[in-house]
Write a protein that binds this ligand. Sequence first.
Ligand SMILES: C[S@@+](CC[C@H](N)C(=O)[O-])C[C@H]1O[C@@H](n2cnc3c(N)ncnc32)[C@H](O)[C@@H]1O
Length: 231
Amino acid sequence: MTQQKKPSPFSGERKYIPALGYHWLTPFYDGVAALAGGGDDYLSALIDCAAFARSDRILDVASGTGNLAIAIKQRFPTAQVAALDCDATMLSRAAYKAKQRKMDAHFVRAYAQYLPYADACFDHVVSSLFFHHLDWNAKLHVAREMFRVLKPGGMLHVLDWGRAENRMMRVLFYMVQLVDGFATTRDNVSGKLTALFEQAGFSGVRQLQSFNTLFGTLVLYGAGKSGASSC
Ligand SMILES: C[S@@+](CC[C@H](N)C(=O)[O-])C[C@H]1O[C@@H](n2cnc3c(N)ncnc32)[C@H](O)[C@@H]1O
């Protein structure tokens, strides 16, 4: 896959919300994610719904420690999987995990608002537990970038916190809001991600599944980029 050469966005580091809200909590991410919904069941559901083909080019946006990218590579070893995140600590853990499993997933340090890829070069874009780290403008910016790098006919699958399915789920979700902040998580729990993807240009946006977890309701969204693929 073609990476565009651009000046590094890390020269004057931007601000972002780390995986567990605070950098000092980052080493505990995989343990907490297993409890919260980074667990294999939800990632498997995303992979099942995405129905990848063996030679697909797949981009995992904000891949963190690589849980989703690695799970995809395990199921589709010949797929070309690129994964990016802006946090160097998360990426080094991802690279370590991939190396242990002798996988050739490509982990790149970049901000999701500025995907370092040419237009229309991926068959699928996926992302898990990420959009709730962004305010509305950044969410829209990222969704538009995802749309840009997808081929016509390509698919987007996003797993993230969504509208709570009952009062208990809403109460549990306050824990995520206390850690990651209310400003970025409010759009998720208000159920606005469907409208977000439509605003970014996607068609056929729908909620495919939902899961009630220890920290609230996780929703799997699917959407497409209209048009016939040229490849
Ligand atoms: C909760 S973690 C999810 C990681 C992974 N997708 C998973 O399911 O385990 C959120 C990730 O988003 C990354 N992140 C936050 N803001 C970002 C941005 N603007 N661009 C790229 N990555 C970002 C963080 O570094 C973190 O690794």
